[in-house]
Design a protein around this ligand. Sequence first.
Ligand SMILES: *[C@@H]1O[C@H](CO)[C@@H](O)[C@H](O)[C@H]1NC(C)=O
Ligand SMILES: *[C@@H]1O[C@H](CO)[C@@H](O)[C@H](O)[C@H]1NC(C)=O
Ligand SMILES: *[C@@H]1O[C@H](CO)[C@@H](O)[C@H](O)[C@H]1NC(C)=O
Ligand SMILES: *[C@@H]1O[C@H](CO)[C@@H](O)[C@H](O)[C@H]1NC(C)=O
Length: 360
Amino acid sequence: MKLSAISPALLGLAASVHAYTVNYTTVTGYFLQDETATDASTFDYTAVNFGLLNRTYPADKKLKNAESLTQWERFYNQVQELNDESHGDVEYKVLFLGRHGEGWHNAAQTYYGTPAWNCYWAELKGNGTATWYDAELTENGVDQALVAHNFWQKEIDEQRIHTPDNYFVSPLARTLQTANYTFTDLKFPKGSAEFKPLIKELFRESISIHTCDHRHDRAYIHEMFPTWPIEAGFTEQDELWNGVTGETNDAQDQRSTKALDEVFFTSASVKKDTFVSVTSHSGEISSILRVVGHRTFSLNTGAVIPVLVRAEKLVHEKPDTTTSTWTVSAHCTSPPVTSVAACVCQSSAAPVTTALVTSF
Ligand SMILES: *[C@@H]1O[C@H](CO)[C@@H](O)[C@H](O)[C@H]1NC(C)=O
Ligand SMILES: *[C@@H]1O[C@H](CO)[C@@H](O)[C@H](O)[C@H]1NC(C)=O
Ligand SMILES: *[C@@H]1O[C@H](CO)[C@@H](O)[C@H](O)[C@H]1NC(C)=O
Ligand SMILES: *[C@@H]1O[C@H](CO)[C@@H](O)[C@H](O)[C@H]1NC(C)=O
């Protein structure tokens, strides 16, 4: 499908334009990941209580039993207090942004090297032994999701952490699998929300020409996890991926903003639903972090980052409805020259921008 054929309605933009825009900001001072001194490349969320800083909170003063509560219990209370004390147009939520475990596309990118991967291999569905069209998790990727599973269980047992009130998941296979391995069979605290993630189109990975960003059709996804809800309006076929053009950062940030707009201010009791899990991807989580004004923080495969977000409706501001255009990426039609760190095709052939894979 050509870019010109993608209407705003298809992207879901026209359908839910609000009468307001939302100002999203990251509230710092609670997590190590917010601090410039924290090195994302070596950060292990499981070693430091998800990064929650050891500190007291203003809301502790109203607690009779603060000393007997854990850091996560007092933090949850603090977030409730922030919500109770703010007016109706302000909402605080803690987003637990989880990146999927290693997928076959990650393994292949390492195997071929990034230039050759982007320049040719990623545009194919696989290489005969591995498939990376809507890539599934490798064994290592499953293990990484189980690390997240075990860590959540430890936090439930030791910190009595409040588990998510709502779960969202990208429709790509690797995130569906990751959410499943992470949250299925946890011994949840009494009264916690059931794990039934909403499959949400707009939390998918950056849409590039790579086949790993092309999702399966709705029927396939439903068959994978028959009991999980799929959001209304989710199309049978993937109508966003086209193999020719991909989202720019601006276009993706508009999409991420819309996704968040569908998570915040959504029902009468929203303020009670403060902890939200989103199982997504590295590119999409980077985009969400940009939208909420968080510093750049790259996640390793399988890692999770909690972010305290303040959202405020700006009711007098008209939403910006201009949509950023997508862009083409040049690539080769056969394996490229690998001795250079760039996209150089064999026999001095010029890179093309036509789709390599057209049939699905
Ligand atoms: C958005 O919220 C932040 C934090 O409350 C504030 O500093 C900023 O001025 C707000 N921006 C707009 C456009 O209202
Ligand atoms: C807070 O203290 C506990 C116990 O001393 C420790 O295990 C944890 O890593 C500390 N958290 C941070 C973010 O430093
Ligand atoms: C295909 O890619 C995988 C990496 O995902 C690699 O392990 C395998 O050896 C490759 N197969 C061929 C035939 O090159
Ligand atoms: C979902 O997770 C459970 C528990 O780890 C596992 O037994 C099951 O095979 C997973 N299902 C899929 C489709 O991956």
